[in-house]
Design a protein around this ligand. Structure first.
Ligand code: ATP
Length: 495
């Protein structure tokens, strides 16, 4: 059974992943705030992406550019002229829709064949009574829709104190352009050789006409983008370098999402048809994910050719070329752009990780997040919150582990309940301190100095001496198998 969006929205709110922005004022349309667990998950996604695609590669560097850029950037990039969606308005209820998406939603119909009864008809289908198709507003079912008008998706604002045309600027609708305008700065300062890439993760803003579906489409979101520059005169494996690298990036990005847990059957590639390619693109392939709303774009990988560098060279009057030592010529590199949304990635990881199962007649909700994505790595749980030695030992363990990982201490419920709480937010390991660990000094009994580690997925438990704990947790959190670690220690009864 796949999870519904409502379940994810409610889990996200209840457990501190994501809240509606400005909720106490009634909320801000399509804006969301990441809570204590959400920010950890989001940071982990960005950190892993940076580690795998920037830090560990010799051909990659990163930047962090400002969101407000020179307004001419958006003229040169084509965003001022082309970054538009066709929009239609209902003349009656005034709701606004993307013209190309009106038929992708269920529609309200007052059916003439049934004395005007009101029906909600599934997207794209005719009325089963009168056979009619949607012509009016899909929402109110009464108003005519206006002819499509082009609507620019960039947020406009003013730079400085005077609100006049000369000071208009825009919030960036993508992070990519900063890599193009900094191409020469990066090339010269880092003495790079083609092929190389520049990466950036940061905020982007789009005044989407129809935002929605939780964090899938919002007006403020984060992107992780790479502009990978290649020499168009070179060949790799007998193929033009840009085509070779385009395929390599598609494979690498797909493998990345698989590596961090997205199931194969929920991922697919979608080749853009010639008539839907952006104005700069030679070829674009999307990685689509089976979201709770159906198959939709998770990220796109485009071959942007030399369009952007040429445009910026023309509009700025600066040369944006690379000197090819071998051929003794200046070339304008081609660009492959893997562009991923952080929020959509987070939504996909939540949806893919969410599992409901039955354990001994009770429902268990578990978020099977990859250990490196999990917002909390370890929960330290004292079995009795009133026994001083237990509490002291558990607190000391929390402090020790927290030097390296995000760890929580929780004593606010019975142990079974505490485990379920951690399962639901994807905490891979729980460490329990009990009477056996510390003994009973009143009775002159000493403890065995061992704690229980519980594995989220198998619910198995092992008894580990406290001095070994940090090393075992470290092994498990850096990719070590539970079965390997568990084989070295006695098991405890499962919970
Ligand atoms: P869509 O067709 O869904 O509007 P797009 O093709 O315009 O997306 P790109 O311009 O290719 O998107 O942006 C790259 C990535 O940025 C997308 O794959 C997506 O993950 C993310 N993204 C784009 N727009 C939004 C948005 N409004 N909200 C959240 N993420 C977004």
């Amino acid at each position: 059974m796949s999870v519904t969006m409502d379940t994810l929205v409610s889990l996200s709110k209840r457990r501190g992943f994501i809240f509606q922005s400005s909720e106490i004022y009634g909320g801000t349309g399509s804006c969301w705030d990441y809570g204590p667990l959400g920010v950890e998950l989001k940071n982990n996604i960005k950190r892993l992406w940076w580690r795998d695609f920037v830090q560990s590669r010799a051909d990659m560097v990163g930047i962090d550019a400002s969101i407000l850029m020179h307004p001419t950037v958006w003229k040169a990039s084509g965003h001022l002229d082309h970054f538009t969606d066709p929009m239609v308005d209902c003349r009656e209820c005034k709701l606004r829709f993307r013209a190309d998406q009106v038929d992708e939603r269920p529609w309200t119909h007052y059916c003439p064949a049934t004395k005007g009864n009101k029906f909600t008809i599934p997207a794209g289908e005719p009325c089963s009574h009168c056979g009619g198709r949607r012509t009016l507003c899909p929402d109110c079912g009464k108003g005519e829709l206006t002819a499509p008008r082009q609507f620019n998706l960039m947020f406009k604002t003013f730079m400085g104190p005077v609100e006049e045309d000369a000071s208009i600027t825009y919030l960036r609708p993508e992070t990519a352009q900063a890599m193009f305008v900094n191409f020469d700065n990066v090339l010269q300062s880092m003495r790079l050789k083609l092929p190389f890439g520049i990466a950036q993760a940061g905020r982007a803003f789009r005044n989407e006409i129809t935002p929605g579906n939780f964090i899938f489409r919002t007006r403020e979101f984060e992107q992780m983008e790479i502009e990978y520059f290649v020499n168009p005169h070179e060949t790799v494996d007998g193929r033009p370098a840009d085509e070779y690298w385009h395929d390599r990036w598609i494979e690498d990005c797909l493998a990345w999402f698989r590596r961090y847990g997205l199931r194969k059957e929920n991922l697919q590639l979608r080749e853009h048809r010639k008539d839907e390619l952006s104005h700069y693109s030679k070829r674009t392939v999307d990685i689509d994910y089976r979201f709770p709303i159906g198959w939709s774009e998770l990220m796109g990988i485009a071959n942007r050719t030399d369009f952007d560098l040429k445009q910026h060279a023309q509009f700025s009057g600066k040369s944006l070329t690379y000197f090819d030592e071998e051929r003794k010529e200046h070339v304008v590199p081609y660009v492959i752009e893997p562009s991923a949304g952080v929020d959509r990635a987070l939504l996909a990881f939540l949806a893919d990780g969410y599992v409901e199962e039955e354990v001994r007649g009770e429902k268990r909700v578990v978020l099977r997040l990859h250990v490196e994505l999990a917002p909390l790595k370890v929960a330290v749980l004292p079995l009795l919150k009133k026994r001083e030695e237990i509490v002291r030992t558990a607190q000391a363990i929390r402090a020790e582990l927290a030097r390296q990982w995000r760890v929580v201490y929780d004593d606010t419920a019975a142990i079974g309940r505490l485990y379920r709480r951690q399962d639901e937010v994807g905490t891979p390991y729980c460490v329990t301190v009990d009477v056996q660990t510390v003994g009973d000094s009143g009775k002159g009994e000493s403890g065995d100095g061992k704690v229980t580690i519980r594995d989220r997925d198998s619910m198995e438990q092992i008894r580990v001496p406290i001095p070994d704990l940090a090393a075992v947790v470290g092994e498990l959190l850096s990719g070590g198998e539970w079965t390997t670690a568990a084989a070295r220690y006695p098991t405890a009864k499962t919970s």
